[in-house]
Design a protein around this ligand. Structure first.
Ligand code: C5P
Length: 295
């Protein structure tokens, strides 16, 4: 079984407050994009789970979310079936695009078929939630979704199912730790440090962005994109600011960091425009540049 495991962008990410379980309540809007990893699942005669990958950056043991997904499914359903998982990586690791979470969701959905479990989407989303906050979004196989709680309570935005957008993505080669960025957010919040060097407040919300997206209005979209963590990540990793400045120089005044970073994306009007920008950005500062579309 060969499956595509797609990446996501957060077009809106507002951190609301810290929860007793040390996670944070969010209001977010996810977009699925066509940048993807390939996952190959092969049934085994015994009950072992193995994981191989072409990437040196992801683990091949139970610390890999995809491995954990298979293990969880096996345990919860007391199964005697095993699987060989192979992951061919293209989504940059630790980039804010949910690659590991997407791989876990794809394994849950793939094994549901391969092991003939017939579990419902809701059941799979419940397992997904146990693996990580970003995993449930990918279970719904939707282009756009609104999410709250830890970012794991998903409402697919069916009204946007026909809307497609082009983006240019720039990924500086730095490793950003998500827990560290949330910890910095906590410290800034406690010290009430706002603007420029600290926290930013939204002037928009998910509803306004959804409406702008439904109208394909790139100007309105650019005014409603928001990420509470962007300024926090920039203060720890100034390279993210460099990417945004470079994009602005190329005419992309509006860009946003996805998740806790470091990926920065912009909306572009067409594939042609994106290709031209791609040429201008390539080979700059060893950044990775991708041209992607809504999936
Ligand atoms: O769920 P996941 O393992 O992807 O989250 C990684 C880390 O990001 C968590 O351990 C937590 O520190 C932080 N996080 C958070 N609130 C969220 C999602 C993630 O604090 N809603």
């Amino acid at each position: 079984m060969v499956l595509n495991s797609y990446a996501k962008l957060n077009l809106y990410l507002e951190v609301l407050d810290k929860r007793p379980d040390n996670y944070h309540n969010l209001s977010t809007l996810f977009e699925r994009i066509d940048l993807c990893d390939k996952i190959i699942l092969k049934k085994r005669a015994d009950r072992r789970i193995t994981l191989t990958t072409n990437s040196s950056e992801i683990p091949g043991d139970s610390s890999n979310l995809a491995f954990r997904a298979a293990l969880l499914l096996q345990k919860k359903n007391s199964l005697n079936q095993g699987v060989d998982i192979k992951i061919i990586k293209r989504i940059p690791v630790g980039s804010g695009m949910g690659g590991g979470s997407s791989n876990a969701a794809t394994v849950l959905m793939g094994l549901n078929k391969l092991w003939r479990l017939k579990l419902s989407k809701n059941k799979l989303a419940g397992y997904a939630r146990e693996i990580g906050a970003d995993v449930p979004f990918f279970i719904y196989e939707t282009s756009f979704a609104e999410a709250c709680d830890r970012g794991d309570k998903i409402k697919p935005l069916k009204s946007l199912s026909q809307n497609k957008f082009w983006h240019i993505l720039v990924v500086p080669r730095i490793n950003v730790s998500t827990p560290l960025i949330f910890k910095l957010w906590d410290e800034l919040k406690k010290a009430k440090i706002y603007q420029n060097h600290g926290l930013t407040l939204p002037i928009s919300n998910v509803k306004m962005l959804t409406s702008a997206l439904s109208k394909n209005d790139l100007f309105l979209i650019s005014k409603t994109l928001f990420n509470s963590l962007e300024q926090v990540s920039i203060s720890a990793f100034p390279q993210i600011r460099q990417v945004k400045d470079r994009l602005a120089l190329l005419g992309l005044k509006s860009s946003l960091m996805s998740g806790s970073g470091p990926t920065v994306f912009s909306f572009v009007a067409s594939r042609r425009e994106a290709l031209a920008l791609n040429r201008q950005l390539k080979n700059f500062n060893s950044w990775q540049v991708f041209l992607v579309k809504t999936k």
